[in-house]
Design a protein around this ligand. Sequence first.
Ligand code: SAM
Length: 239
Amino acid sequence: MRVLTVSGIFAADHPPSSPSTGENETVYKLTPASRLLVGGEVLTTTSCDMSPTAHGMSPWMMTKNDDVYNEMLNEACAADSNFAMDTVLKDAGVAKIFSGLGSLVDVGGGHGAAAVAIARAFPHIQCKVLDLEQVVSKAPADGTVQFVSGDMFDSVPPADAVLLKISVKILRQCRRAIPSRDAGGKVIVMNMVVGYGTPDRIAKEAQEHEWRRIFLEAGFSDYKITPTLGFQSIIEFFP
Ligand SMILES: C[S@@+](CC[C@H](N)C(=O)[O-])C[C@H]1O[C@@H](n2cnc3c(N)ncnc32)[C@H](O)[C@@H]1O
């Protein structure tokens, strides 16, 4: 969404925090350019729940009662991961992030595209995928990774590292699933970090500031951003 905002496809608003959750959701609005493409609708997101407010429900929850939509969303997520992971895992800097791990859980890992790529590139890492029951039950399981069904907001299976592609809301939950930093514990977030990998110093500083706020709020002691591909970066959060 950040890339689309920077490109002028969406405009982003940052309203004050909600009194009930304390979270401040970014509100994305159509611009004249995107209004040419779609009917009028407002999207809100805190990374994970990219929910058209018109439906009042997270798109991930809607997969429960709609098999066709479920399949479509799973395929779209896997296609995105396949493209990114193949390229990202070839990078020597990225290999360093994963090489010391014994186990990893991909939270909201869908049909396991990212976790399978990691398990194949680093066969010594035991990889698990946590996702909703309706997603895991349709996953093409061949034993490369272990699928666990559940809600990430309830609990995250323990592992040396937690891989997250979608949500910073559950960082606190992920912190409980990992051991201390000395024992190799970390949360690995794959995300768009606008400004990294480009000469745009102001955008880079704004992003640093944002990640710093997030990691402090979630109770981590340190973090490291490794630019990978275009706007994609890997952010390691250390307990
Ligand atoms: C953007 S997709 C990412 C899938 C995967 N990480 C990938 O890159 O292919 C988000 C995933 O999070 C899952 N998800 C959403 N809410 C969840 C929850 N509360 N608990 C577990 N998984 C959830 C969805 O079912 C979906 O598979």
